[in-house]
Ligand binder design. Sequence first.
Ligand code: TYD
Length: 201
Amino acid sequence: MTAKFITLEGMDGAGKSTHIPAIIQMLAARGREVVSTREPGGTELGERLRELLLHEAMHPETETLLMFAARREHVVQVIQPALARGAYVLSDRFTDATYAYQCGAKGVLAAKIEQLEQWVHHDLQPDMTLLFDVPVEVSVARLAGACSPDKFERESAEFFTKIRNAYLERANKNPERFFIIDASKPLEEVAKSVKDIIATL
Ligand code: TYD
């Protein structure tokens, strides 16, 4: 059995975080170490950068660079050591989010993101990515109930449409690792899909 890197993606309000405890439980039941982490964040410095990224206005390229600065720390301090120990690493978002948000929605050139990706984690890609996909109206309706929305969660339906399309495009380009989950279905059905997908790992 080899170490596996699993990522969760989707636009705000898709509900991916709800499924993390169940995924951890399923993986831990295999008798393996599970490292559950998130981006931006996952390290002490990364969490400080997250505060800035989620609450301060900045140029989209600055945002991209800070995402990758946090990611470098995350890869070196957390993800690579855990994989080297043979653990399962479950990350709530990774570089696909930068392609969706900073490139798809905010217009940063994909070529620039590709360069940073090469620099920061050229030999590391997720083994499996679960994309929680919902129609934009569902996401916007769910976010309307959020108590203290961050700067991304306050964005328009037009912004979320771009994110959704960018994620679906990433999934089409990388079918070997992407699993698209219809997260607009009732929670139990989504949980069942997640379970069936994790079982294939
Ligand atoms: P999110 O994962 O939705 O956490 P929570 O469920 O606690 O709100 O928040 C992270 C936000 O950061 C989300 O809006 C997407 C954004 N983000 C990017 O724009 N680019 C990235 O590369 C990453 C990792 C996240």
